[in-house]
Design a protein around this ligand. Structure first.
Ligand SMILES: *Cc1c(COP(=O)(O)O)cnc(C)c1O
Length: 365
């Protein structure tokens, strides 16, 4: 008898998350130098970690025989201070992805429902499936979350509602007024999750923390993986109303975030120059791609994040052909967008190389 018969059915039903293709693997397969490869597939920071974070990482190394601070006191205090919230409002995660999973642990089961937008971050669907819950996908005309339709989709069974703002992979955002109107319609039995992984890239991001301060059943997720350049360390956080974070704290592992990550994150918060340089490089890169795509007559979705979604006709083919030349982009079939690729903003040199290779490959289509 097959062992699958005895495994949790919801797990067996899952289609594993496919990350961006790793640089080392690509270099090995192509027989290329890893340094020659341009990876613009996972929305990573092309400038790397903050210099102050690098120092903190080096200094932490000698103390790795000691367990981390399970309560994450210093980092949580710094975040509470930064946002003028209390320590009880802050929960740390092994990447903000872990907090997504913790939310599902706490609020989902068979028969419960999670609402998200049609082209939302794919991890929500993965997690809803893992917990045997119903995944309710609401159409997003022009790739923008339709909050009226999402509110209308709420039923007695709804427990979680995710708003990725800006959303990945579309790069679109909903504004504060729309969010405020939406919040008026949300009943108490639904936890609203604002996933703000790209918050730092948005000049005038909507204030969602006011709903946390008002004590609504809301949590705002942010991360050190994107603008802070610490994706490899896995550290993110949630800013939530105490009644929400209190439950999440019970569901996490005692040492869910490691000591190196906590210290590097803390140091990153102080390195404001690095975030500014990152955001400025990103704005230049977005403008570069938008002009290029307009000239090439390609359909794209105007983005406020650190990547851009562009329609190239056959995303898998463009991905495969660009890969052969050492440039890794992300095909979007998994998001039911087989014609599209998502390109992360790189350094100026990386953007130029990516575009050059893209043009050469598209000329052969
Ligand atoms: C990248 C991303 C995250 C952050 O993931 P981490 O686990 O913090 O690395 C969360 N949400 C969305 C929508 C993302 O694109």
């Amino acid at each position: 008898m097959k062992i699958e018969k005895f495994a949790n059915r919801f797990v067996c039903d899952l289609v594993a998350y496919e990350p961006g293709k790793p640089i080392e693997e690509t270099a090995r397969e192509l027989g290329l130098d890893p340094d020659s490869i341009v990876k613009v597939a996972s929305n990573e920071n092309p400038l790397g970690p903050a210099p102050m974070a690098l120092d903190a990482i080096r200094n932490a190394a000698a103390e790795m025989h000691i367990y981390p601070d399970g309560g994450g006191y210093k980092l949580r205090s710094a975040l509470a201070e930064k946002y003028d919230l209390g320590l009880e409002n802050v929960v740390l995660g092994n990447g903000s992805n872990e907090i997504i999973e913790l939310l599902c642990h706490c609020f989902l089961n068979e028969g419960a429902a999670l609402i998200a937008a049609e082209h939302a971050f794919v991890v929500y669907k993965l997690m809803a499936t893992l917990f045997g819950a119903n995944y309710v996908e609401v159409p997003d005309p022009n790739f923008v979350h339709d909050l009226d339709a999402m509110a209308a989709a709420i039923t007695d069974e709804t427990r979680l509602l995710f708003i990725a703002n800006p959303n990945n992979p579309t790069g679109t955002i909903v504004d504060e007024e729309t969010i405020d109107r939406f919040m008026e319609k949300v009943p108490e039995h639904v936890v609203v999750v604002f996933d703000e992984a790209y918050f730092e890239f948005v000049g005038d991001a909507p204030d969602t923390l006011k709903h946390v301060r008002a004590g609504r059943n809301v949590i705002v997720l942010r991360t050190f993986s994107k603008a802070y350049g610490l994706a490899g360390l896995r550290i993110g956080y949630g800013l939530g109303a105490p009644q929400v974070t209190e439950i999440l704290q019970k569901a996490r592992q005692p040492f869910n975030t490691n000591e190196v990550a906590q210290r590097a994150a803390l140091a990153s918060l102080a390195d404001t120059d690095h975030v500014q340089a990152t955001v400025s490089n990103n704005a230049d890169g977005l403008a570069f791609y938008e002009v290029a795509f307009q000239e090439m007559g390609l359909e794209y979705v105007p983005s406020v994040a650190n990547f851009v979604l562009v329609n190239v006709g056959d995303g898998d083919r463009l991905f495969a052909e660009m890969l052969k030349q050492g440039v890794i982009v992300r095909a979007m079939r998994g998001y039911k967008l087989p014609g599209w690729v998502r390109i992360s903003v790189g350094t100026k040199v990386e953007n130029e190389r990516c575009l050059e290779v893209m043009k050469a490959v598209l000329a052969t289509f």
